[in-house]
Design a protein around this ligand. Sequence first.
Ligand SMILES: Cc1cc2nc3c(=O)[nH]c(=O)nc-3n(C[C@H](O)[C@H](O)[C@H](O)COP(=O)(O)OP(=O)(O)OC[C@H]3O[C@@H](n4cnc5c(N)ncnc54)[C@H](O)[C@@H]3O)c2cc1C
Length: 399
Amino acid sequence: MPRKAHPWGAPPWTVDFCPAPRALPDHVDFAIVGGGLSGLSAAAWLRRLAPGRSVLVLESASLGEGASGRTGGMALAETAAGNLPGLGDVLAGYKKILRALRIDSRLTLPGVWELSRSGPAKKHSPICWSDSGDLKIVRRVPGGTVNPGKVLAGLARAAENAGAQIVEHAEVRALDFSNPVRLRVRCNRRGRIHRKEIRTEQVLLATNAFSLELSGLRAAAEPKLTFALATAPLSAAQLKALGLSSRRPFYTVDLPYLWGRLLESNGVIFGAGLVPPYVGTPSRFPFHSNSIKNRTHDLRRYDVRKGEAAARLRWLESRVRHLHPALENVRITQRWGGPILFTEKMLPIFRWFISKDHPRSKRVMILAGYNGHGVALSVYLGKWAAQALLARRPLPHWR
Ligand SMILES: Cc1cc2nc3c(=O)[nH]c(=O)nc-3n(C[C@H](O)[C@H](O)[C@H](O)COP(=O)(O)OP(=O)(O)OC[C@H]3O[C@@H](n4cnc5c(N)ncnc54)[C@H](O)[C@@H]3O)c2cc1C
């Protein structure tokens, strides 16, 4: 039977990994909720650092159906809020992690172009495009690209080979702050639903823009859907005319935002646009109650073939076709969307869960909210989360 098309479309890579089928356990030392780059990196490192402790990754959909499989795959330095106290060198750490876990990531770090319509352009800017003004290169910053499908599959493989259990289609519906913590899980095995309670000593919530009731981030963060498209392979002459022969990815530093990168096939990905539209970042950090139920999946109401989401993709496509004559008649091979979580001051959320009755509890940790800047950072902080869960490294204070 043909697979039903995903309402958010499909990116140009696949996640070549299928977890080994195993029954859900009753109790684990560490439960990780969310099988994206953050959760899988943490799982792999927990087992590497503490091989005797049990680790379970619960993913409500398939691996990669969140931001991690739908990302642009630009590996960037620092965070969306810039460098932060104690952060360290994200790109160097990322490279080291990929090497240690033997992941064939296709990482290249030739630098990233920053483009602007108004800033002082480089004297001989290879890029000269038309997009609400003349877009030219203003700066080169550290960074590059990976193949996100390979990184996700590589992390999942590393986690499973190290002894972590990964379960897809297992949604955590509620979390009770008892001792041990109790997770109520709803599993969907080929259409057959069953529910299970799992007890765990500690939890990492790596659920990003989803399950905001569960992570307690409903009032503190804004989930959005963002968009990308990929072109058919371009010729060397077309890439030269576009100023992309160096294969460096790029993003604009002014608005309207546009980012992009080359694929190994010589197709180009361009990305921009948000639904619902951006209206600033949230600024409230409330305390939470003791038993949290997961209620909504707001972004899942969007379909890239219809309504607002389709309109944003048409807007992006029209911009791409008007950037340069070499793109006017280019064939678009993929169109897709994926979630982003915006936070106060663009700061990543990396802290213990604070509840009214357990303000100092170190049972539930949250790692989320990279503001569209999480390809390298999620993997880097995933390792840090594992160290913090094992009490080998303190969490940063980025609030
Ligand atoms: C189109 C797009 C382009 C991007 N481009 C770039 C880029 O070029 N460079 C860059 O640095 N960043 C980029 N980003 C951001 C980057 O992809 C993300 O920051 C990163 O992938 C986040 O990883 P994550 O593991 O935290 O979240 P996710 O990958 O979203 O993983 C969260 C997972 O949790 C699961 N989940 C949620 N709730 C539950 C539950 N209750 N129970 C079980 N599982 C649950 C979800 O199904 C999901 O798989 C982009 C994002 C998008 C959408």
